[in-house]
Write a protein that binds this ligand. Sequence first.
Ligand SMILES: O=C(O)CCC(=O)C(=O)O
Ligand SMILES: [Fe+2]
Length: 434
Amino acid sequence: MTPLVKTERVFPPIKPHSKFQNKPIKYLFDAMLLSWPKWERRRRRTTNMSKSSNFESYPPLFRPPPNSPSIQESNSDETEPLLFNSDDIPVIDYFKCTTTNIITTTKYQDVDDDDKNNICQACRDWGLFRLVNHGIQVTLLNQIEEYAKKLFSLPYETKMSLFSSGNPSNNSKGQPGICVESGEGSKPSNNNVNPISYFWGTPALTPSGAALLAAQNNDPQENTNNQSLQWIEGFNVSLTQLSNVHYQDLLLETFRCLLEEYGKEQARVATEIFKILGPFQSNYLSIDTGILRVYRYPRCFEPERTWGIDIHTDSSVLSIIHQDDVGGLQVYKDHQWFDVNPIPNTLIVNIGDMLQAMSDDRYTSVKHGVKVNKNKERISIGYFVFPEEGTIIRSTKYNPFSYADFRAQVQHDLKTVGLKTGLQKFKFTTHQNS
Ligand SMILES: O=C(O)CCC(=O)C(=O)O
Ligand SMILES: [Fe+2]
């Protein structure tokens, strides 16, 4: 889903923030108003793991070398105030642009054409926007984050053994992958395949959930063993399978219930946004294909040498990201990189490659990547949704193809050349166009 368009490994300069520039998209709020309240900031300070990172929970390759005092002693949370600055990303109010009544049964309001146009314009200009007033309860967002932290901070070996993907090709030998064994109480009670699987080192997985390592760079200078390693671990969650199982373990079962509820909310949001961006054929988006990725970006003792997720475009129709208060997500627009600042209770909606093709390139799948941090771990949750299985996407710019064709091409490219060529491979040639 999130494979990689590798360009360079040097972080490009970030454009300075130009607050509330003269843009056609309305900036609907003052970031100060949306900042976490004092009690929440205190809770986050005391529960944040940066103070005493639990390196036992990191995959072995991510653990700092024994003599690296700078990372062992870091305690940045107490010195850095949590400030949430507005950024240049267009902001859209969900409630104003949709017909779904998400708040109460009495709060209907007219759908505003200006707001709809603003979404379309954001998707043309940026390929992403920030969504406010999305109707997902802040308690749900906080609880998922909290339970994700609890699960990620389990010892690495426990995570490897708890989350069985049912995929025998995986290993637990310290190579990126997904575990095969299942621990006591972690198995779904009715013998179904575990819908939650653990991975690390790359966000690119095969359809069966195995980690897909990109081919290595041919440059001998760079061609070390870890060349394609990305500083990330995560849970891959199949939403359709999630409702078929129950865990005996209370921690896992609570996490499962939270994810199930969150998945439904995200499906609602994605469906509405897709309607606004269309009209498109209804099978160009299928809620049954929805997956969640819950990520932790561990602290990295050499953050300038690696990415949490390398520069890429998403292969989805739409991706919806919720990030914690750490930051690190960057997006590319007009030859510049922009920080996507963490702003409480907001979601980031990305256009994926499938939507770019369906829209005849009217909307752009946005290039983005995630930086890692020396002092803080970062948690984010992504929802990704795709066209209905087998649907052929027809467009004036591309040869007809299905998402399965696209995914197979991406996986082939990753294995052979190490980077995703993406839609480029499906474009009509000049010869075909004439
Ligand atoms: O963690 C994030 O903020 C972004 C994740 C992402 O880009 C992806 O999973 O494709
Ligand atoms: Fe992405």
